[in-house]
Design a binder for this molecule. Structure first.
Ligand SMILES: Cc1cc2nc3c(=O)[nH]c(=O)nc-3n(C[C@H](O)[C@H](O)[C@H](O)COP(=O)(O)OP(=O)(O)OC[C@H]3O[C@@H](n4cnc5c(N)ncnc54)[C@H](O)[C@@H]3O)c2cc1C
Ligand SMILES: NC(=O)c1ccc[n+]([C@@H]2O[C@H](COP(=O)([O-])OP(=O)(O)OC[C@H]3O[C@@H](n4cnc5c(N)ncnc54)[C@H](OP(=O)(O)O)[C@@H]3O)[C@@H](O)[C@H]2O)c1
Length: 294
């Protein structure tokens, strides 16, 4: 049955949700508080807003990032390039995706959903228009919340932080090395944000310190010329953590056993791919080859 759906957010999740729902014949209204699509990757120069930084490049490679139903370089004469998109390239890609599937027409930019309430079997959605400050309320059968998980920065509660005289900056508000005032800094945490920001900002500082509460793995984006995310398999990541993270002899033995069990599967996939040769781009074959044997 055809339903009316309100989608909150036009980041990658909102766009995919809209595309799938439109293709199923539902009527879609997407509300996005920013002025463009892309969610977190919609770069905002204003440091008070939450966005990626100027030089941010995706850590997932193009092949892993592109949606399977919209693969720009598929079948084109030029060879597939292994690399990672900049945030602007990713937004361009998402814009093309939205245009291609007719999603753009369903999005109202600069509109923020401020309230969602139950109304019978459906929902009432209140939206504020940034330009005028006026609000309106509409009823929908379904609401898809695609508002992202990184839009609210998390500040750890360090005792004494409130009396600290220097600058306290969250990664969500870092744009470039000029965001850091002063000549020395303590960086707390080295997730992907921390790791990349330290690398960039510390070059412009006299002294940089890094605080870690546990050890971290620092992996290059490329391993032997291939993006390192090609080496990930669902199977590997499905293993319990205590197995996947061990590097001792017992873990290696298990790894070898796993490879032996996987060989028939790998062979089967190889044969299938051979037989569909004309349909599969060379890059996909490379992933299949790399993804099973680590
Ligand atoms: C620095 C950084 C780099 C990243 N790089 C990668 C990567 O390389 N590969 C990868 O797969 N993932 C990466 N991620 C994870 C990334 O957050 C997600 O892949 C992606 O942004 C999730 O998309 P989303 O649509 O769920 O959320 P978001 O991108 O956060 O989009 C949510 C959208 O909802 C809008 N919104 C929120 N509330 C409202 C409201 N009330 N009314 C209207 N609109 C609203 C927001 O304005 C935003 O546009 C990265 C994250 C960070 C922080
Ligand atoms: N270029 C890119 O593509 C890119 C860049 C940035 C982010 N991302 C993505 O964005 C998401 C968020 O990444 P993120 O790096 O912003 O956040 P994150 O992965 O949650 O990392 C936060 C870091 O802060 C540390 N930390 C948190 N609280 C702390 C405390 N009280 N004291 C000391 N250390 C503390 C954590 O340490 P513990 O590990 O000990 O908890 C961790 O190292 C991820 O999905 C990531 O893949 C991608």
């Amino acid at each position: 049955m055809k339903k009316s759906v309100a989608i909150i957010g036009a980041g990658p999740s909102g766009l995919v949700a809209a595309k799938e729902l439109l293709q199923e014949g539902h009527s879609v209204s997407c509300y996005e508080r920013q002025s463009g699509i892309g969610g977190l990757f919609h770069y905002q120069d204003d440091p008070s807003k939450v966005s990626v930084w100027k030089t941010c490049r995706l850590s997932s490679s193009m092949l892993v990032t592109y949606f399977s139903d919209f693969f720009p370089k598929w079948r084109e004469a030029e060879p597939f390039e292994h690399r990672h998109l900049s945030h602007q390239e990713y937004v361009n890609y998402l814009t093309d995706y939205a245009d291609h599937f007719g999603v753009t027409d369903c999005i109202r930019f600069n509109t923020e959903v401020t309230l969602v309430t139950r109304s019978g079997e459906g929902w009432r959605v209140t939206v504020v228009e940034h330009a005028t400050g006026s609000s309106f309320t509409r009823s929908f059968d379904v609401v898809a919340i695609c508002s992202g998980v990184h839009s609210e920065p998390h500040y750890p509660d360090f005792p004494g932080l409130e009396t600290f005289q220097g600058q306290v900056l969250h990664a969500a508000h870092y744009r470039d090395p000029d965001s850091v005032t002063g000549r020395s800094a303590l960086f707390i945490g080295a997730g992907e944000s921390g790791g990349e920001i330290i690398e960039e900002a510390s070059r412009h500082l006299d002294r940089s310190y890094l605080s870690l509460r546990r050890s971290v793995y620092v992996l290059p984006r490329f391993v032997n010329g291939v993006p390192n995310d090609y080496n990930g398999t669902r199977l590997l990541y499905s293993l319990p953590e205590f197995m996947a993270r061990r590097t001792d002899e017992q873990a290696l033995t298990m790894h070898r056993k796993l490879r032996r069990w996987l060989f028939p599967l790998w062979l089967l996939r190889k044969v299938m791919i051979r037989s569909r040769d004309a349909l599969v781009p060379p890059c996909v074959r490379e992933v299949v080859r790399c993804s099973i044997f680590l």
